[in-house]
Write a protein that binds this ligand. Structure first.
Ligand code: G3H
Ligand code: 13P
Ligand code: ZN
Length: 361
């Protein structure tokens, strides 16, 4: 199966009422782990690469690994998505590489740090939508800015800073003006392992303060304006499982006490229109714990396969759990995959739209 446009995966997820994990990758082992888990559970999936990942993998390697993934798992619908594109130029680069979906994160300026004006966000997103849709490629945008305590991503806002949460009253105007296919909303999640700065008197991390009610307001405003089942995206959705952090620390790591997004909160979002769930950090922790364990228990080992194989397996186990919890498991064969040519016609309004049509009728 070739790579599929994200638009189709999100529409199918809306029909089925489930969420689709969007997992970050930088290398072969991560791609293989995700594909193995999705093959085993028959899950459609979004694989995403950040700008940092593209730089790390020198782009062409990642492109060829993705080609290998779809050849290796022909039954699995896979989206190749650019995570946090910062400009039209970056999105063009990803589209030229064959990505079937891009995110333009113009909630921040092109430096990836400064919170941008609403007007800048609208104009930049609109330019990406025009370019991408003419090629059948899906566009995710972001309104409001995510908190980011420690990873250099997002606006560097403290996770409890509520000033840059998504304003539900701007959402309809933004979607209408830009034509984006999916919208990342800022509801208090943040990137990285340290999503909370709140601790109890014993030093235990308290859950991040989320504004889950915003999702309900956003969903209602969109539905009232005629956008039924409009796909929302939840960034910063790692749960930072304590058992994985414990493995890292048991074998010489020094991660601080933390708490991620509880699965019940993600599922609350999924029940209200969240269709894409972004996870990177949990995978990083799983991989690091597995590698540290081998280093600590078998210090005589020096063949990279001795620690990369357990690392790949640890990530696979993590993804197996996520795809079941998000609900995408078992949905790989629900639909006939669309091509970018199909979505190009859809965006141009040139498809028939009837039963059996490329758009599903
Ligand atoms: O959104 C951030 C992702 O976790 C990617 O992070 O830029 O370090 O690859 P990265
Ligand atoms: P986490 O850091 O919570 O895994 O979030 C990743 C993300 O949102 C990538 O865009
Ligand atoms: Zn993100």
């Amino acid at each position: 199966m070739p790579l599929v446009p994200m638009r189709q995966l999100l529409d199918e997820a809306a029909k089925g009422g489930y969420g689709v994990g969007a997992f970050n990758v930088n290398n072969m082992e991560q791609i293989q782990a995700i594909m193995e888990a999705c093959q085993e559970t028959q899950s459609p999936v979004i694989i995403q690469a950040s700008r940092g990942a593209l730089q790390y993998s020198k782009m062409i390697y990642l492109q060829k690994l993705m080609e290998a993934a779809v050849i290796d798992c022909p039954e699995i619908p896979v989206v190749m998505h650019l995570d946090h594109g910062n400009s039209l130029e970056t999105c063009k680069q990803a589209i030229a590489l064959g990505f079937t979906s891009v995110m333009i994160d113009a909630s921040l300026e092109a430096d990836g740090k400064t919170v941008a004006s609403y007007e800048y966000n609208v104009e930049t997103t609109k330019s990406v939508v025009e370019y991408a849709h003419a090629r059948g490629v899906t566009v995710e945008a972001e309104l409001g800015a995510l908190g980011g305590i420690e990873d250099g991503h997002g606006a560097g806002l403290a996770a409890d800073d509520t000033t840059h949460l998504t304003d539900p009253d701007q959402v309809v105007d933004f979607v209408q003006k830009t034509g984006c296919d999916a919208l990342a909303v800022a509801i208090g999640t943040s990137h990285g392992a340290y999503k909370t700065m709140r601790y109890d008197k014993d030093g235990n991390a308290l859950p991040p303060a989320l504004a889950l009610d915003l999702i309900e307001k956003i969903e209602k405003n969109l539905a009232d304006a005629g956008y039924k089942q409009y796909p929302l995206v939840m960034h910063g959705s790692s749960s930072v499982p304590p058992e994985l952090v414990d493995i890292v620390n048991k074998y010489g790591g020094a991660m601080k006490k933390s708490m991620g997004i509880p699965m019940k909160d993600i599922q609350f979002g999924i029940a209200r229109g969240v269709r894409k769930v972004n996870v990177d950090t949990d995978g990083r922790i799983a991989i690091t714990g597995a590698i540290r364990k081998v280093f600590a228990e078998k210090p005589e080992k020096f063949d990279p396969r001795d620690y990369l194989k357990p690392a790949r397996e640890a990530l696979k186990q993590l993804i197996l759990g996520k795809v079941k919890d998000f609900g995408q498991a078992g949905h790989a064969k629900d639909f006939k995959p669309m091509t970018l040519e199909d979505t190009k016609k859809l965006y141009a309004g040139a498809c028939g739209g009837g039963k059996g049509c490329c758009c599903g009728g």
